[in-house]
Design a protein around this ligand. Sequence first.
Ligand code: AMP
Length: 235
Amino acid sequence: MVDGHAPLRLLLIGSPGAGKGTQSSRIQDSFDVNSISSGDLLRRNIALGTDIGVQAAKEMKNGALVSDKVMVKLIDQELNKIGSQQSWLLDGFPRTMTQAQALDHTLESSNQPLNLVIHLNVPENVILQRIMDRWVHIPSGRVYNMTYNPPKRAGLDDVTGEPLERRPDDNPETFKIRLQKHHELTEPLLDYYKQRNILVSLAGNTSDEIYPQIRQLLQSRFKPEEEEKVEAGVV
Ligand code: AMP
């Protein structure tokens, strides 16, 4: 709950490699929040060979964005699965103004507007190195970094023991295109949310530096569940 009454409806915005997936996992470890990651959804569709996966694979491999129409439908479907009184966060969506407006439209029609947007502000010069060090567990979306957050057993997911993979779009050439798309299409959203007074920008070089700031921010707005989890010994 935010301010003790409204559920949290949070966006995580950051350039590729800024740590959206890592922060999303950490938030879920401490708070009672459903998480929807657009990139994980697409990767799962690719792994399952669905029509959406087949369509999206080429764009993703090249660092381009998947069409707004496909993305809006995919996210709407996921949001529909979450009850209106439950908290949620979106990681990687919206990424364009068209997506942002479509999301607002969906949320306003159910009277559940966004109440927080966190911008992960990580310097570009550290991001490429982080991406080159990144391994993921595709079915769950769990992200590991060989320097900051290695798996307990080399090459294997901590929870399932299944093999970790490199993302086909985590290479310097594709990264450059993804970064360019971010500057061109996603960064304008920061102003859009700033004007609505729901944007908080948190800076740091690593996810370890940024997470305590997120935790503090959410604790101040999210007391009831947090205290419950602490009392129950979950945190
Ligand atoms: P991510 O895992 O968030 O880095 O996303 C990986 C890739 O999935 C992106 O480079 C895009 O090709 C695609 N993608 C993820 N989210 C979106 C979105 N909201 N709109 C368009 N394409 C997306």
